[in-house]
Design a protein around this ligand. Structure first.
Ligand SMILES: [Zn+2]
Length: 79
C-alpha cells in the first residue's frame, strides 16, 4: 500500500504539519493544506465574515431611502 502525498496548495513556503484535505471555511469542498496554512485560511475566512457578515445575511446597514448615489458622486458603504 502506498500513501498518496498531498501537496499544500499554499505551499511549499511556510508549511508546517500534516497536509490533508481541509475545509477552507466556506463552500462544501476541501483543499489539501498543511496544518499551518489550513489554520491561516480558516482564520482569514473568520475575519472576512466578522467584517462583512455572512453571504446569507442581509446587509447590516441598508441604504437610506433618500440616498441617491448620483447626488454627490458617492457610494453608500456600510461600515
Ligand atoms: Zn502549507
Amino acid at each position: 500500500m502506498s500513501t498518496v502525498r498531498l501537496a499544500c496548495i499554499d505551499g511549499p513556503d511556510g508549511c508546517a504539519g500534516t497536509v490533508e484535505p481541509r475545509w477552507p471555511g466556506y463552500g462544501s469542498k476541501s483543499y489539501p493544506r498543511c496544518e499551518r496554512h489550513g489554520e491561516a485560511r480558516l482564520e482569514r475566512e473568520r475575519e472576512t465574515r466578522r467584517r462583512y457578515g455572512s453571504w446569507d445575511d442581509e446587509r447590516p446597514e441598508p441604504e437610506p431611502v433618500d440616498f441617491d448615489p448620483s447626488d454627490a458622486g458617492e457610494r453608500w458603504e456600510a461600515v
